[in-house]
Design a protein around this ligand. Structure first.
Ligand SMILES: [Zn+2]
Ligand SMILES: [Zn+2]
Length: 399
């Protein structure tokens, strides 16, 4: 008896010490490893920059006023937009956007690509769905209160791009970011209210999620046809409308599918309005003077320094100073200056770590660009000119 007790004590001691040993030898199976070969980077020149607005409400949203689809699309055509997503609240039509927004006889344009989409308006927050073709939005509406794992499966089956809207504050996005492809980091002309959205974006990026940042005006109110039709919100039309802000995508071609693909891949920049300069962000990996990748692209870090180029394309103010804030892995990294003119750009060099992830992104401040069709927007945007998406190193494409 005593002997067996002794034995048991011995066994217990042994197993305790092996547990202690196991603790010191703990290996985190998720610690950084060399990522498998990454997909090749697409051409930097064989594509087209397209501009649009990804968050708009027409008369099919009950909280809109004087904003028919013809009004929105006609305005977009007049300011040279290339694509639009009219994203009406799906709960205002019990999920049936297919027989409301998309079948409206005004849902057509000769020059503007019209995405199929809606604002998924749920108890736990709002998201925008985007698609190049009609899809069964009703199914997404029906699962809105289900667990994320159910919603994620439906989203995947529908083959849509899902995007988190105005992720902080009222109607914050209370779902897992693992089921979205992008996040609205710039909602409406009021730039200053987006600080928390940017914080969430950086947290998601820093934790390995390759998530595209995009803009959306979220405008609801158009110009009344007669003064009698004016509402208490009509004043908003002068400060927040189509294009405040404007989201640029570098698409392989001028098609709906190419717009959605660019949005998913992250070759995306956001500008204060359609006339403001566009932030382009490139990296030269072997320092041969030729750029090898742009924002949205993911490369394997070599352990050698790379040169990064920030370029403002479009209407810069000649001689004016632009401040370029570089964010690296969620933290302020560098502040550069560029002078407006024919070529407005700046470069810096850094060595992304060979093992583990690194990302860089850029925010640009400078003189505002007038938007005469939405005159009140410039004051609300302040000095915010535009932002880039990140350049990624060692992000796992199968994450
Ligand atoms: Zn919303
Ligand atoms: Zn909205």
């Amino acid at each position: 008896m005593r002997f067996s007790l002794f034995l048991r004590a011995m066994v217990l001691t042994a197993s305790l010490s092996s547990a202690a040993l196991a603790q010191t030898e703990h290996v985190n199976p998720w610690s950084p490893v060399n990522v498998a070969p990454l997909p090749p980077i697409s051409s930097l020149s064989d594509g087209v920059w397209l501009k649009g607005d990804l968050h708009l409400h027409s008369r099919h949203s009950k909280d809109s006023s004087n904003n028919s689809e013809a009004k929105i699309i006609g305005f977009a055509e007049s300011v040279g937009m290339d694509y639009l997503a009219i994203t009406d609240h799906d709960n205002h039509v019990q999920g049936d956007v297919a027989h409301n927004t998309w079948t409206d006889t005004e849902f057509k344009s000769n020059s503007v690509l019209l995405l199929y989409g809606a604002e998924w308006t749920t108890t736990r927050g709002h998201g925008n769905a985007f698609s190049a073709r009609p899809y069964d939005h009703q199914r997404l509406y029906d699962v809105r209160d289900q667990r994320d794992i159910v919603i994620g499966a439906v989203k995947k089956e529908l083959g849509i791009h899902l995007s988190a809207n105005h992720p902080s504050g009222k109607d914050h996005f209370g779902f897992s970011y693992d089921m979205v492809d992008s996040i609205e980091v710039w909602n409406s002309a009021v730039w200053s209210k987006n600080a928390n959205a940017i914080m969430i974006w950086d947290d998601m990026l820093s934790s390995g999620r390759k998530l595209t940042g995009r803009g959306g005006s979220d405008s609801h109110h158009g110009t009344p046809d007669t003064p009698e039709q004016a509402t208490k919100n009509t004043y908003q039309r002068q400060a927040n409308y189509v294009g405040t802000p404007t989201t640029w995508v570098y698409a392989k071609e001028r098609t709906l599918q190419a717009v959605v693909d660019a949005l998913t891949n992250g070759r995306v920049a956001v500008s204060a309005n359609p006339y403001a300069p566009r932030v382009e962000f490139y990296a030269d990996l072997d320092q041969d003077g030729k750029m090898d990748m742009m924002m949205g692209d993911d490369a394997k870090a070599t352990g050698k320094p790379a040169t990064f180029r920030i370029q403002l394309t479009g209407n810069t103010v000649p001689g004016a100073q632009y401040t370029l804030h570089v964010v690296k892995d969620g933290n302020p990294f560098k502040t550069l200056q560029a002078t407006g003119g024919k070529t407005t750009m700046a470069e810096f060099t850094d060595t992304p770590q060979e093992l583990g992830r690194t990302y860089y992104r850029v925010e640009v401040e400078g003189p505002p660009t007038a938007y005469p069709q939405v005159p009140g927007s410039t004051a609300l945007n302040g000095n915010m000119v535009g932002l880039s998406n990140p350049i990624y190193f060692n992000f796992d494409p199968n994450f």
